[in-house]
Design a protein. Sequence first.
Length: 240
Amino acid sequence: MSLLQIQHVSKRFGGLAALTDVSYSVEKGKILGLIGPNGAGKTTLFNVVNGFYPPTKGEVLFKEERISHLQPYQICKRGVGRTFQVVRPLQRMTVLDNVIASAFLRAKDKAGAERIALDALQFTGLYDDRSLVSKSLPLGKRKKLEIARALATQPEMLLLDESFAGLNPFEQNELIDIIRKVKAKGITIMIIEHHMKVIMSLSDQVVVLNYGEKIAEGTPKEIGNNPLVIEAYLGEAERA
């Protein structure tokens, strides 16, 4: 069953085509990896899905409802949580208060928001840091905080935008474990990531963008053996 459907989505900024006729679906309970070279349109697509940009053409459906005309907060309330490539916590607030702020999307009072937030911090391994001011956290924990904030909105689907960027191998493995636990809770995931080890180990399905167009879709094994992907993405990585 498809939870999210991208239907012939194009996005133009003036004369620049950032996305051109992109279509695919994300199955409920699965992890879909979205990969491609820098500038391929991956984050633009995330921004269309969660309402930051309206599509120039095409539609986005979530649980068979058209959501591409809605605002980000409305899409979040329908069950689509999101992290950002550049992590920006509320720096002067504690770790706990950062997550409480997100939990108010569902909670009716502060006590309820705090319960949701504490659960999210326990889940992501940040419970012992709950009283720290968020700007004091190292990058690895700020990445976890970003996920905790998104989980506190109690999403059915989670969009992860380069959550592994800048992490060392130990931190990467910790985050892989967290994402697998998120999937085990029944939350569907779409993830943008440049670390091929991460994408290939986590994803059930992979979609590849290049110059704003979808050039391939399949299992991690199929994508790893696809000549177009090797030329457009893996080949670029090898030349870097």
